[in-house]
Design a protein around this ligand. Sequence first.
Ligand code: GLC
Length: 509
Amino acid sequence: MPLPLWTPDNRVPLFVFGLTTGVAVTAAFQYLYSSLSKRNQPPPPADYDPLPGNAVGGLRPDTQFESTIQRLEREFTINTSMLHNLVKAFTRDMERGLKRENSVIKMIPSYVERRPSGDETGTYLALDLGGSNFRVCEVTLLGKGQVRTRQKKFVVSEALKTGTGEQLFDFIADCVEQFMGELNIGKDTKLKMGFTFSFPVDQHALNKGNLFLWTKGFTASGVVGTDVVQLLQDAFHRKDLKIDVTALVNDTVGTLISHAYVDNATYMGVILGTGSNAAYVEKMENIPKWKGPPSSTGEMVINMEWGAWGQDGIILPTTAYDLKVDRASPNPRKQTYEKMISGMYLGEITRQILLDLISTGEIFGGRHCSALEAPYSFETAYMSRIERDHSMELTDTRTILEDLYGIKKTTLSDRRLIKRICQLIGTRAARLASIGIASVVTKMNRLHGCTVAVDGSVYEHYSYFRTRMIDALKELLGVNADNITLAQARDGSGQGAALIAALADHGEL
Ligand code: GLC
């Protein structure tokens, strides 16, 4: 299945001053990291094709080619010692988030105090909004970890993402009405619903939460600072639907809970898709900022909102290319970690590098390519295809560049360089993602064994992503990495919301 097209079309102007300062600061950090890195280089990835010693393509001397690659390798490589340092910083920021509000990593208590037993039963509706697709599901829990789901997918257009909140929520209500019609569920039927809303929300009850800020290209007006359950409930009232939204759930929390229904060793849920985030089970005594009622289990699932990590600008080894992507995004200076690891941005980072190398004449003989000029026009899915291209002449890479992007007469050395760039960006993303997982699993004291449920198009479809994550986990956790199972979860977030609605219905939350 191809990865979706990530094309937010709402941009903000570039802040030249901010960019210049940012580049200087980043360059200083980069220097620090690269001097450290000389001592501790990771082995090249298993899928790395070494470059031939002689000229390939013939447009420029080999030395130019090598030096471009070396520069990019220096900028984009996260070696083992950097991994360890970043885990320390990540762990410190997690702890800060558990202590106080307004930390970089928000660590939001989800009001979900238990994982399911596997015996829950009943029929619930679930909504799943968080990216370019929106899903309505009817979930029947059959007990013994069995679930039957009927669902329908709808596309959320750019106009809806960037219009008004009312239009967005009316669209959702329309989709629900249409879905109920197709399933012959009468309009007057009273139904309970779990709402998966995959954006940072200041949750103040199981079914209440105000949107902190939009991410992933959404900007719909009138929603930030407002209770999204109320907005949804109002839209249902406008349509006379008798639906009671009883749980507001982040996709990471839904993924954790739905996977725990079938595998009770699951303590963490991760999304590596258009955006990235994670949720895990924390002990109440480790959440000093919690002011709510005591939890009956002594535990609470935390929606970390880890995508924001690094947005204070001092931790992550961002490059000038990352800064360009950030400054031109709909949410500049936000979600730094997410912008380095998730599907919405990997293609865009690559595009920025390609534009730079065209401008310096290092690729395509310096010929301008109009198809690459449009923001977000280089798809992350193509990076994955290029990485999988092991043909001698890199023929599939040629098809992508020449047929899909209209770049005339690429040379083998152009294509090799581009493949190496994709490997660097993809590898950096996977290694960075492992930092979050290693930190959480260590903090939970579960190095002896647990399952981490991972969902999302990047994890599922991007070539070598999982293997690279496992390699980085081994560098970080040694033999303990073997005790951590990264389990592929699929479409769990909707089911998870239904399960949480079921737990609430049975008075367990
Ligand atoms: C973004 C959202 C977060 C969500 C993640 C994955 O980071 O802010 O809530 O979990 O994307 O969809």
